[in-house]
Design a protein around this ligand. Structure first.
Ligand code: ZN
Length: 162
């Protein structure tokens, strides 16, 4: 634990995280990706986790079967914000099928399932979120934006079948 991380107590008690994971989480927490609002989004939802006070608005444009634009804005604890930023980075330009798969892989990662090398490759930096398994109370924070986005995407696909 170095002095540069001394603010973490306020950010959600991440001091136990692996250094590499912690660096990724802090990077996304301090420099969240894709936070600009999206004009006339196809998907627009708000999610919140009242236990922690995490609140996000998720907007996406879906063209054919591809997420062509995403914007996630909001506030929450460090894990929820880093997770939302990693999600926003991941889905940008991805097919709806790939987004669906990634959400499933993250859920299994957080459950502690063994993942294949291919699945780990899909996750990339998102693997850093696995550090939250040491803080079960924060798993909800991490999954909040992912589960909300996944449900909204399914609903969108039901309304506008490919
Ligand atoms: Zn939280």
């Amino acid at each position: 634990m170095t002095g540069s991380y001394s603010g973490l107590g306020d950010a959600g008690g991440l001091g136990e995280l692996d250094d590499l994971y912690e660096a990724i989480i802090l990077d996304h927490y301090h420099n969240p990706r894709n936070t600009a609002p999206v004009d006339s989004p196809d998907i627009d939802l708000e999610v919140n986790n009242p236990f922690c006070g995490d609140e996000f608005r998720i907007q996406m444009k879906v063209d054919d079967d591809t997420v062509s634009k995403v914007g996630i804005t909001g506030m929450g604890c460090a894990m929820s914000q880093a997770s939302a930023s990693l999600l926003a980075e991941l889905v940008d330009g991805k097919s709806t099928e790939a987004v669906r798969d990634s959400i499933d892989i993250l859920r299994r990662l957080l459950k502690g399932d063994d993942l294949s090398d291919d699945e780990m490759a899909v996750l990339g930096d998102i693997e850093a979120l696995s550090g939250v398994r040491k803080f079960p109370v924060r798993i909800k924070c991490v999954l909040l934006s992912w589960v909300g986005l996944g449900e909204a995407l399914e609903e969108h696909l039901r309304r506008e079948p490919m």
